[in-house]
Ligand binder design. Structure first.
Ligand SMILES: Nc1ncnc2c1ncn2[C@@H]1O[C@H](COP(=O)(O)OP(=O)(O)OP(=O)(O)O)[C@@H](O)[C@H]1O
Ligand SMILES: [Mg+2]
Length: 352
């Protein structure tokens, strides 16, 4: 079967007895030259059937998202384009927490911008922690339910989120008729099992420049830091069932940030790595995923901000790039959807 697409062609072929998808994949590079196309990608549809996706030109040079996107919906945001011209969808229901790394000017905030504008029209609460004094997230303040612009404010906001999470666990326990003394970890169900009118709204927490939360100048700050890190770890561990999702951005995120950093990182399933300055930074994001992914991230050129390698801890990875979106347009999208910001009593004191 041959089907033209806006970027090339799709061929669906049945394998002959004795062939396997790896045989076709091994020939992809030769087919690319024989057909004179930019790239050929092979994917398995079902046993015995593979898809060949011919891409005619470099779709990541000038990213244009397809007009009709399958699979987008509540908590599923198409944020970027893969190099095989399929949309990359950030799906919070399957990958609750994500870490986005990259050097300065690599396009992390652009990635966040797309996520926020994609989530803004949906019935959920957006919470921001932006330790760059709010310069990255402040334009979206009208849609945020809570906002912290320095570590002091974050130190107040995080416990409120943890408390909200615990209350949601109590709510789930109530519905299940389990004794309130059961530890949170043993509740297997989540908010999605509650009837819609009882279900608390999902919360997505954006943290831009996470290292600012970890760095301390004085001994006195150290205790506050340890508390914040513990709270973030708890949110990452238990948040999903309570409908709390983390989206964490930073330039580096390694053991040198201190106690708890690697433990928090291990909780963040989704990984996106933009251009980095050294291999060590790429390893922080992708090292536990695949060595080739680390190499791909190290090869990203500075002339292409927004280009990134996206992986998840199941071992797969792909090159992606966000389309350009101006800050003005993103801010306007947030202003137009400000009425969607739900009423959350626990977060009221932090409303920007
Ligand atoms: N996909 C893209 N296409 C075109 N330009 C982009 C793209 N992504 C980012 N840029 C541009 O690159 C520049 C840096 O992007 P961004 O602010 O997102 O970087 P950053 O990683 O957040 O940097 P910092 O760590 O300094 O905050 C911006 O001027 C932005 O307009
Ligand atoms: Mg930024």
């Amino acid at each position: 079967m041959i089907r033209p697409t806006s970027t090339g062609l799709r061929l669906r072929i049945r394998l002959a007895p004795g062939q396997e998808p790896a045989d076709v994949a091994a020939s992809a590079e030769r087919l690319r030259h024989a057909w004179g196309v930019h790239a050929v990608y092979v994917s398995t549809v079902r046993p015995g059937v593979v898809d060949l996706r011919l891409v005619g030109y470099d779709v990541l040079r000038q990213v244009r998202m397809p007009r009709k996107i399958e699979g987008a919906g509540l908590l599923k945001v198409p944020v970027a384009l893969r190099e095989d011209a399929t949309p990359f969808i950030r799906d919070y229901r399957t990958i609750p927490h994500q870490l986005t790394l990259g050097a300065t000017l690599s396009g992390k905030s652009m990635y966040l911008r797309h996520l926020i504008t994609g989530l803004a029209p949906q019935p959920l609460a957006l919470v921001g922690i932006d330790c760059k004094r709010g310069v990255e997230l402040a334009p979206f303040a009208s849609r945020l339910s809570a906002f912290a612009t320095d570590p002091d404010e974050a130190a107040d906001l995080l416990p409120a989120l943890v408390e909200e999470m615990e209350n949601r666990y109590d709510l789930i326990k109530d519905r299940q008729g389990i004794a309130p003394s059961t530890p949170d970890e043993e509740v297997t169900s989540d908010i999605w099992g509650l009837p819609p009118h009882h279900r608390p709204v999902p919360i997505v927490l954006f943290v831009d420049e996470v290292a600012e939360l970890f760095l301390v100048a004085t001994k006195k700050d150290e205790q506050r830091r340890d508390e914040m890190v513990t709270q973030l770890i708890r949110l990452a561990q238990l948040g999903r069932a309570a409908g709390i999702y983390l989206e964490i951005c930073g330039q580096r995120f390694g053991a040198e940030l201190g106690k708890g950093a690697t433990m928090l990182r291990a909780q963040l399933t989704g990984r996106v790595c933009h251009r980095v300055n050294d291999e060590a930074s790429a390893k922080m994001a992708l090292g536990d995923i695949a060595p080739e992914a680390v190499m791909a991230a190290c090869a990203i050129a500075p002339e292409r901000p927004g280009l990134a390698v996206a992986g998840d801890t199941s071992g797969g990875w792909s090159r992606i790039r966000t389309p350009y979106l101006s800050l003005g347009d993103a801010a306007e999208a947030c202003r137009n959807t400000a009425h969607m910001a739900p009423d959350l009593p626990a977060l009221k004191p932090f409303r920007p």
